[in-house]
Design a protein around this ligand. Structure first.
Ligand code: HEC
Length: 144
């Protein structure tokens, strides 16, 4: 009799663990994905070189990273399509996830047009595009 109740308790523990594990690993996957997106944004694609506002010395303003600003450089030959400001991309306001992922995989925005230069037409892998979008969506559009 005792053995049976021990077996029942063990069984319940095993079932409990099996039911619980997928949740915790989904949360871990999400935070690992956001971490990877942060690395790609900050160290690989360096989105902040254009998307962060700078002070009069050209230094990024702490706390305002990726919140958009005037570009520090111009083309040496006139380019009619040149954009002289980079928008706020923290939080990716106005972009749904799928459109933003497609934009980073193809260079084509939600209006079926490419962004103006100097925004690079990125052709990232789905995995990298999803990680970057997860990271940007995790940010608040205004500095805290
Ligand atoms: C060389 C400068 C530069 C770099 C690097 C850059 N961007 Fe941009 N980005 C721009 C400019 C300029 C625009 C505005 C283009 C326009 O007005 O059509 C823009 C537009 C965008 C937009 C559209 C925003 C909107 O609301 O319309 C997104 C999203 C974006 N960039 C994301 C990124 C991400 C993510 C990275 C890094 C992976 C990145 N950009 C790197 C210059 C840059």
């Amino acid at each position: 009799m005792k053995l049976i109740s021990v077996a029942v308790v063990l069984f319940a523990i095993v079932i409990g663990l099996v039911a619980w594990t997928p949740h915790s690993s989904a949360a871990q996957d999400k935070s690992a994905q956001i971490e990877r997106g942060k690395y790609l944004v900050e160290q690989v694609a360096r989105c902040a070189d254009c998307h962060s506002p700078v002070n009069e010395k050209g230094e990024p303003i702490p706390g305002k990273e990726l919140r958009g600003g005037a570009l520090m450089f111009k083309p040496i030959t006139p380019m009619p399509m040149w954009a002289d400001k980079a928008p706020n991309i923290a939080g990716l306001r106005g972009w749904d996830e799928d459109a933003a992922i497609k934009f980073l995989m193809t260079g084509i925005a939600y209006n079926d047009l490419p962004a103006r230069p100097p925004m690079p037409p990125y052709h990232l892998s789905r995995q990298d595009a999803e990680a970057i979008v997860a990271f940007l969506k995790s940010l608040s559009p205004v500095e805290k």
